[in-house]
Design a protein around this ligand. Structure first.
Ligand SMILES: Nc1ncnc2c1ncn2[C@@H]1O[C@H](COP(=O)(O)OP(=O)(O)OP(=O)(O)O)[C@@H](O)[C@H]1O
Ligand SMILES: [Mg+2]
Length: 362
């Protein structure tokens, strides 16, 4: 992506409402044609940042450039961006055609051109043939596609989507996620999507920025964010994570880190970077192995017992109480219909490969 031109340049942007710093010094470069996601818990400033890009709010400090142009004095309707809101912003009394055509008519686009562009936009979202339907004659997913067509018909350079799928049920949501990605690749417009659903961000975006309290904590492609989070907050927010505290006791010449932990006593982790004395170690539940027999000697392993098993269909989450005290969670894929699953009270060995340990210094 970095070889493409920057289309959105966000520099040291702050937005304060009284003494609330909704956005608190954000720097981001988003590239042309990128599918970029802003991810973070409720209230971390995602919508506020999007509204500043669209021109509905003004930054208290910092600068936003779109296509290299400072946006401070550009009103919303003259920015090459368009926003799709969380609640389907469609007019209930207008049919699909008029809903999509609305923005073009306001801009006094010639009638023939309106017709052509509306047809193109409806074809893109696979709603050709639905021109005369009213919104209440459409499913939730179809209504959301009308909202998308309305934004696309203006041919923005950047489409801002604020939780566009949050009102849809799980199945439809997954189908729309796939469709949105295909659509984005087909039209080549830069998409900036806001979500607080980490799976949605992981499955759709080229890159993700994780926000906390108005600050961006990490920007990375999905796989890197999941496997190499840079801090405890990101590790814990993305997916499920086992975390436990440790104290650094020293570094080995070959790149090992000696750590003392309550869970495992002293251990040496492959980790060449220097870290401060207190840290957190982390391991993903799917990387844990549990077995009634002793684990390979290369593993970190220790005894414990099953505290609870929660069945999720394709997988089960096994909650484990280690003899040393800490609780851990392991994910087991239910590979066959009649597999014997562990049950509460089972004694077993728990462990993982050293290289699957994450070292988090904050
Ligand atoms: N107009 C406003 N006046 C005062 N405070 C505001 C205003 N808009 C947002 N805030 C505050 O700014 C912070 C960030 O809000 P924002 O809507 O950007 O969060 P968000 O990340 O979009 O959350 P959600 O996931 O719940 O939509 C919140 O603490 C919110 O209460
Ligand atoms: Mg929001």
């Amino acid at each position: 992506m970095a070889d493409r031109p920057v289309i959105l340049q966000i520099k040291q942007v702050v937005k304060s409402f009284g003494n609330v710093h909704a956005v608190n010094g954000v720097n981001l470069n988003i590239y042309e044609g990128e599918f970029f996601a802003l991810l973070g818990p409720s209230g971390c400033g995602k919508t506020t940042l999007l509204r500043m890009l669209a021109g509905f709010e003004f930054p208290s400090e910092g600068s936003i450039k779109i296509d290299g142009k400072e946006t401070r004095d550009i009103p919303p309707n003259q920015r090459p961006v368009n926003m799709v809101f969380q609640s389907y912003a469609v007019f209930p009394h207008m049919n699909v055609f008029d809903n999509v055509a609305y923005g073009l008519k306001v801009a006094k686009t010639p009638r023939e051109e309106v017709k052509e562009r509306v047809q193109d936009a409806l074809a893109l979202v696979k709603l050709d043939g639905y021109e005369l339907r009213k919104p209440d004659q459409l499913s939730g997913g179809q209504r959301q596609r009308v909202a998308l067509a309305r934004a696309l018909v203006k041919r923005p350079r950047v489409l801002l989507l604020d939780e566009p799928l949050s009102a849809l049920d799980a199945k439809l949501r997954e189908a729309m996620q796939l469709e949105l990605v295909k659509l984005q690749k087909a039209v080549g417009i830069t998409f900036l999507i806001v979500t607080h659903d980490q799976e949605e961000a992981l499955s759709m975006a080229d890159r993700i920025a994780v926000m906390e309290n108005g600050v961006v904590r990490q920007v990375a492609p999905p796989g890197e964010l999941y496997e190499s989070p840079n801090c405890r907050f990101v590790a814990d927010f993305i997916g499920r994570m086992n975390l436990f505290a440790g104290i650094v006791e020293g570094h080995e010449d070959w790149g090992g880190l000696n750590v003392k932990t309550e869970l495992l006593g002293k251990l040496t982790i492959p980790h060449s970077e220097r870290v401060s004395s207190k840290l957190h170690l982390a391991v993903r539940p799917e990387k844990l192995r549990i077995s009634s027999e002793i684990l390979p000697s290369s593993y970190f392993s220790f005894p414990g017992e099953v505290d609870a098993v929660v069945y999720h269909g394709s997988e089960s989450h096994v909650y484990l109480k280690t003899d040393a005290g800490p609780f851990l969670c392991a994910t087991l894929t239910n590979l066959s219909r009649i597999s014997v699953r562990p049950k509460k009270g089972d004694r077993l060995w728990i462990g993982w490969a050293p290289e699957d340990t994450l070292v988090l210094s904050e």
